[in-house]
Design a protein around this ligand. Structure first.
Ligand SMILES: Cc1cc2nc3c(=O)[nH]c(=O)nc-3n(C[C@H](O)[C@H](O)[C@H](O)COP(=O)(O)OP(=O)(O)OC[C@H]3O[C@@H](n4cnc5c(N)ncnc54)[C@H](O)[C@@H]3O)c2cc1C
Ligand code: FES
Length: 504
């Protein structure tokens, strides 16, 4: 049966799959990198280029995580407004956040040029627009904060959108590209000269030490340093109180009328993110949004419906040709955590990229490779994974962790809706009760039912059914499992165990 996610991105369906081997047994390298997304592949390439022997360990296929599901705006307009960054990190911090995003865009541009990667990399302007007077007032503050942080930002009423807006923050020299074309070109260059890229190689444990030991299902990799580039780290608790998983949705549609190449963002909360891209000669508009806390939306197909309606309402399109969704990880104080893991000597993490993980993932590769190589990096202190900012994001910290605690208790105590096995329709998943114990039941299209434990193997919260992607999603830290319980997304590493099927 096909128990993979349902929706594939425009990037995935327009590039050929790759087939890297899995780890055949024990191995020794200088740096072990867990995760074949933008953060892991960038770190691997920069370290290999500097002469290190690296091994990338990917549990599924490279770029099958959030990087394959991205919309790939390369932007200095961060999810955390510059007004907030100035308040929480000071002028120097806001400046560094802006200049590090610029450095990441330029890092990608330089690799595209030096390696001659054909990925449609194009410089475009970015616009954050206001549709109401209240949004406009906030936007004007953001324009001056962005300028104070060093962005080439201006306010404009000339916004090349096919619907009326009150005005926009315009920022120059942002970029768009085809993320899989770019990153497959890096992935293809990793094997060789003592370096490796392994797929279908799940890391189940990491031991810090001299050397470190990275335990996989196929063997143990020993290394002087380990990079956890797994979207959200595998460690059990320390980082997870500071990371909040959100689901976000995207659609792509061929343009049937003019839309100036660019990036566009509305000012709603959650906001919509829009951009253009030419793929195989077809001009597309790509629209994302409808974000919600993982596991909090009963009917995730309604998020796609809302996004499609938004797209059809505003842009010259007739057919929505691609739909996909994924997760973004929000950091507690508004900036990612990149650097040595808390309490570790040789294990590095790269996480909390929000909706700008193309630049932050690239930056993570730059910062972590510099730390491992012993080079100075101007951004390392700002993104230090062990930093404590008690005031920044304090309200969110309390609310988000209270919600995790609530989910942990409430989902255990709640009674399932009294459904029986016969109520689970083909293609559907439901939580049922068998002999006083909850089970997560999924029925295949051909009618075959499967039952697994609903208790997430990370820290024990109960999973929720995601009907759009047909997966069991954990509301606490974003772990995801296939309908039959296979791990799709960390931080969980163990599958959901099978359970006895209800008799009726
Ligand atoms: C719909 C959507 C739109 C987005 N739009 C944008 C945008 O426009 N601009 C932008 O900058 N960012 C955007 N983002 C965010 C960005 O895509 C992500 O932040 C970024 O791709 C994360 O990269 P990563 O390398 O950290 O993680 P991933 O790409 O998720 O890679 C992590 C990898 O680690 C592997 N892994 C996990 N656990 C293990 C294990 N135990 N053993 C081995 N391997 C493991 C996973 O399989 C995965 O392949 C968007 C995200 C989504 C979902
Ligand atoms: S309890 Fe942490 S991801 Fe499920």
């Amino acid at each position: 049966m096909n128990d993979e996610r349902q929706h594939k991105s425009l990037w995935t369906v327009t590039t050929p799959p790759r087939d890297f081997p899995s780890l055949p047994g024990d191995l020794e390298v200088e740096v072990a990198i867990i995760g074949g997304g933008i953060a892991g592949l960038t770190a691997a390439w920069l370290l290999k280029r500097a002469g290190k022997k690296v091994a990338v360990l990917e549990m599924h296929r490279v770029l099958s995580g959030q990087t394959g599901q991205t919309t790939a705006h390369l932007t200095e307009l961060l999810d955390t407004p510059y007004t907030t960054l100035l308040k929480d990190f000071g002028e120097k911090g806001a400046h560094l956040a802006a200049s590090s995003s610029r450095a990441a865009i330029e890092q990608i541009a330089s690799l595209v040029e030096t390696l001659a990667i054909d990925c449609g990399f194009t410089r475009v302007p970015g616009y954050r627009y206001a549709e109401t007077e209240a949004e406009l007032r906030e936007l004007l503050h953001e324009v001056s904060a962005a300028r104070q942080a060093g962005l080439l930002a201006t306010f404009t009423k000339e916004v090349p959108l096919p619907f009326p807006v009150k005005g926009a923050l315009r920022v120059e020299d942002q970029a768009v590209f085809h993320p899989r074309q770019y990153l497959l070109a890096l992935a293809d260059r990793i094997p060789g000269d003592g370096c490796h890229l392994f797929e279908n190689t799940k890391v189940v444990d990491i031991h810090d030490g001299t050397p470190c030991r990275v335990v996989t299902e196929g063997g143990t990799v020993t290394a002087q340093a380990v990079v956890e580039a797994t979207t959200t780290p595998l460690n059990r608790v320390a980082m997870h109180t500071k990371l909040y998983p959100y689901r976000t949705y995207s659609v792509a549609a061929p343009l049937e009328g003019p839309l100036e190449p660019g990036q566009y963002y509305d000012s709603r909360d959650p906001y919509h993110y829009i951009r253009t891209q030419q793929v195989d000669g077809v001009p597309y508009v790509i629209v994302g949004g409808e974000d919600h806390k993982v596991g909090s939306e009963e009917d995730t197909t309604s998020c796609f419906a809302a996004l499609e309606a938004y797209t059809r309402d505003r842009f010259p399109v007739r057919r929505i040709t691609h739909r996909w969704s994924g997760q973004v990880i929000e950091p507690a104080d508004g900036l990612p955590y990149i650097g040595r893991n808390v309490g570790s000597r040789h294990v590095y993490v790269a996480t909390g990229f929000s909706g700008t993980g193309m630049t932050f993932g690239t930056l993570a590769g730059m910062v972590v490779s510099d730390l491992i190589l012993g080079n100075e990096n101007p951004y390392a202190a700002l993104y230090d994974a062990g930093r404590v900012k008690p005031k920044a994001g304090a309200r969110d910290f309390i609310q988000e962790n209270a919600e995790v605690a609530f989910r942990f208790v409430a989902d255990r105590l709640s009674k399932p809706d009294g459904h029986h096995l016969a109520d689970v329709a083909p293609g559907e998943g439901k939580i049922l009760e068998v002999d006083g114990r909850k089970v997560a039941v999924y029925r295949e299209e051909d009618g075959t039912p499967h039952a697994v434990s609903p208790v997430c193997t990370h820290l024990g919260c109960h999973v929720h059914w995601n009907n759009a992607e047909r997966s069991w999603d954990c509301p606490c830290h974003g772990g995801r499992f296939s309908p039959t319980g296979r791990v799709l997304n960390g931080p969980a590493v163990k599958d959901l165990p099978s359970r006895k099927l209800p008799v009726k």
